[in-house]
Design a protein around this ligand. Sequence first.
Ligand code: FPP
Ligand code: MG
Ligand code: MG
Length: 440
Amino acid sequence: PKNEQTFNDPFSIVSHEMSNLAKSIASLIGSGHPTLNRVSSYYFEAEGKNVRPLIVLLLSKCLSKIPLNERNRIQIDDYDVSNQPKFAGTPSEKSIAGKSINDSITPLSILHGINPRVILDPLSKPMDNLPEFDTVNGILPKQRRLAEIVEMIHTASLLHDDVIDLSDTRRGRPSGNIAFTNKMAVLAGDFLLGRASVAIARLRNPEVIELLSTTIANLVEGEFMQLKNTVLSSEDENTISVDDESKEIPKATGKVPTKQHEYSVSLPSEVDHETNVQAAFEYYLHKTYLKTASLMSKSSRAGAVLSGAQDDVIENCYEFGRNLGLCFQIVDDILDYTSSDNTFGKPSQADLKLGLATAPILFAWKEKPELGQLIARKFSEEGDVELARNAVLEFDGLEKTKKMAEEYRFKALENLRVLPDSDARNALEFLTNSILTRTK
Ligand code: FPP
Ligand code: MG
Ligand code: MG
């Protein structure tokens, strides 16, 4: 029966917040441009896993169990309703940036289907400060907003990622680049980042602003670390052009940067194999931190900062997000080998074809040094992908990778043990364990 299922669902304690997530995000990303609205809301329409907001909400709820006298950053005891920040000015709903709405209805905006009445220019509105202290269900309004922001940043990165990876599906539907063109997907990603930045600023917490801004930069750094070439090359660029097919696309010259990346796997031959492999694993893990674990760890940290927790608790929440994020992406790299497009909802078996050496192939390389050449040339020659795949099977690359993911799961569970024993902590434990058994 339905009731029983809700009872057994460890996440039901934040189901109210989770079910409002999409609606709240929708209100943060409205624009006056209908096509932009369609593209920027596209990935939110399909069921995503929403792992990141789930982590933030559960962690926030868990932290709310810490007694107030053990929180040193905000004086929750002093809370007084009459002290709530008031809006800075009177909303002037009939004007946008000083212009009367009627003035701004021009034939041009009507032609483009833009309704100036729904232009949502956040800066033209009064300062929308979130209440500082009134928790609902143990969660502060700013922590709820943080969950929304984190999903917005993640979705922006997916729109860009699918352009970079030449993907054609996401969440079981055509990816943004296919449904709307590369250009619109990139712009919609930028737009989501812009709106996320407004929402971040409105949290009015410099430490949280710094954490989330760093995370956005980290995503790009991680993505750069896994670009096919750190040196520009003509083969890497512009291989598909969904837009402007008639147009000749200027090729990258490849002349600009010349220095090999310092972590490159093609280390000098006099360095022994073991050192090479170790360096490659370090590179892989650092990249994995930047592209996936950074958002989880720094948003966990931000949630803890907002709760007023003490430094050791904040640090522990950060470590939890980091270990969980590493585990999550390592499992993603296993699933790329084992999943089918249908269950994954996105292209599987894609990494080798994209030239990416993830943990399974690195474990195989450790046992079979000849694979180093294939890794160095990004599996670009005929038969390379097949050879690599077979080597992964022969040397138990997937099993070894799973062990690695399990180590991070174990560390994440240890981090949780420090937090207050509660339903929310149980749910976080369940979430951590289920990452290893997930299929998508
Ligand atoms: C998915 O990885 C992608 C990421 C985790 C991050 C992508 C980041 C960027 C494109 C940098 C730009 C960032 C912003 C904030 C706009 P994946 O390709 O391994 O996974 P997939 O199988 O889901 O595509
Ligand atoms: Mg990618
Ligand atoms: Mg991708």
